[in-house]
Ligand binder design. Structure first.
Ligand code: ZN
Length: 100
């Protein structure tokens, strides 16, 4: 469910091959290990998400809204990936202009 990634997570059953399932709400913040809180990620992108500054939210089941460390946003679902561009950056810039 990483943008443009076509590599399948090997197993999305909670508790098995857990490294290929990402906790949407981290365990350290009380996120449960169940299908409602696990998203399939291949190992490479799981590492990138954990250590590379990428974040995402799940606005609805099966849909993931990613934000890159540089402020670009991508929508990923079973249809594929939609590049939303630097929407967050644009919004931040607009907010800054309004405050100035
Ligand atoms: Zn991947």
């Amino acid at each position: 469910m990483y943008p443009w990634c076509t590599r399948p997570a090997r197993n999305t059953v909670p508790g098995e091959h857990a490294a290929d399932c990402d906790h949407i709400t981290p365990r350290g913040r009380g996120g449960p290990t169940c299908s409602c809180n696990l998203a399939p990620l291949c190992r490479r992108h799981h590492r990138l998400k954990t250590h590379g500054g990428w974040t995402y939210t799940q606005p609805e089941r099966g849909t993931y809204l990613w934000a890159s460390p540089h402020g670009y946003t991508y929508l990923r679902n079973h249809h594929g990936t939609l590049d939303l561009g630097a929407d967050l950056t644009t919004q931040h810039t607009a907010q800054r202009l309004r405050r100035a």
